[in-house]
Design a protein around this ligand. Structure first.
Ligand code: A2R
Length: 314
């Protein structure tokens, strides 16, 4: 008898195929009558497969008393009620590290796009403006020689720092504590760091503690010449204040891959020339997504064969 698991949302095809070979997979997102599905199969479900966007709905947790494992695709765990699952002895795995390089690469891509106004320049050429006017697009900014403050010098943050150094930037960071053996200056207060840097890169987890940690005050400290980059979670930024400050020029610019209410992006941002917008695609390359899927499947297999989890969160 294959173990029964529930999948909360659609997953990478290769991961779904592997899971379907090894387990009886119930597709929560496809069920028209979710309470009926849960009351039918809930007691037999031993694991949940999900991702950062889908999380684990409370009704699923409540209807599945025999859950042993939650395996999540992605490194964020803000969609899972960690204290509640820990209290039930449920293990949780995510897919860290395999996405570090990809996340760092898109972060630098967003920074370069924002500084050099690459989306606008592309648009300008396509619209025939270059041919029409024959003049240059205008002067832009560069990363070289600027200071970047990283909010969250973790696994991904360190890879971003290394790439910023390659761009000849000065790197500083903020977190809850200073890290030993890091060559970068540490700021205990985020607002102080924001005041001293040209770029603020946000790559910390979404949580009650980090909710709107990038406050109006922090963005005002970053100032009219400052650039904000968010590749962590939309909830870390006071989004209405950010829109207001970007509109008035009190904040210089922003490159955003994540938003508070995805896939909804504040429409006021669409009209702003000082932003670059990206549809939460930090880890969305063929290679990285494939590796994330592999890791999720491997964690599930380890659990059901009694081996240690590869990347346990709790
Ligand atoms: O606070 P520390 O020293 O533990 O540093 C962590 C930092 N962090 C925070 N910084 C300030 N205030 C907080 N309340 C706070 N909570 C955590 O975020 C650490 O340097 C960093 C997270 O690093 P890792 O746990 O290694 O996560 P990873 O793999 O780099 O991914 C970061 C996030 C994910 O949670 C997703 O939301 C997103 O990137 O894709």
């Amino acid at each position: 008898m294959k173990p029964e698991i529930i999948m909360i949302g659609p997953m990478l095809r290769t991961a779904m195929d592997e899971l379907e070979k090894a387990y009886t997979v119930h597709r929560y997102w496809e069920a028209e009558d979710k309470p009926a599905l849960l009351s039918d199969v809930g007691p037999r479900i031993r694991a949940i497969a999900t991702d950062g966007a889908s999380g684990v709905p409370a009704d699923v947790l409540a209807a599945c008393p025999a859950i042993e494992l939650i395996a999540s695709f992605g490194v964020g765990y803000d969609g899972i009620d960690i204290p509640a699952v820990q209290a039930r002895g449920i293990r949780v795995t995510t897919t860290p590290d395999v996405l570090n390089d990809c996340m760092a690469e898109i972060t630098l891509g967003l920074m370069i796009a924002l500084a050099h106004r690459l989306p606008q320049a592309d648009h300008w050429v396509r619209k025939g403006e270059w041919a029409r006017h024959g003049k240059a697009f205008g002067l832009t900014h560069e990363l070289t020689g600027r200071t970047v403050g990283i909010l969250g010098l973790g696994r991904i943050g360190k890879e971003i720092a290394a790439r910023c150094q390659a761009m000849k930037m000065r790197v500083v960071y903020h977190g809850r504590r200073e890290q030993a053996h890091q060559p970068f200056p540490y700021y205990e207060r985020l607002e102080d760091m924001a005041r001293d840097v040209d770029w603020l890169v946000v790559i910390a987890p979404g949580s009650a503690e980090t909710h709107r940690i990038v406050s109006r005050q922090v963005m005002e400290a970053l100032g009219p010449d400052g650039f904000l980059v968010n590749v962590g979670r939309g909830t870390l930024i006071d989004e209405p204040a950010m829109v207001e400050l970007l509109s008035s020029g009190a904040l210089g610019g922003a490159a955003l891959d994540v938003f508070e209410d995805e896939p909804h992006v504040p429409e006021a941002l669409f009209d702003l020339d000082n932003v670059v917008l990206s549809p939460h695609q930090g880890s969305a390359t063929h290679k990285t997504r494939f590796q994330m899927g592999d890791l999720l499947v491997a964690n599930m297999a380890a659990h059901f064969s009694g081996r240690p989890l590869l990347t346990p969160l709790v």
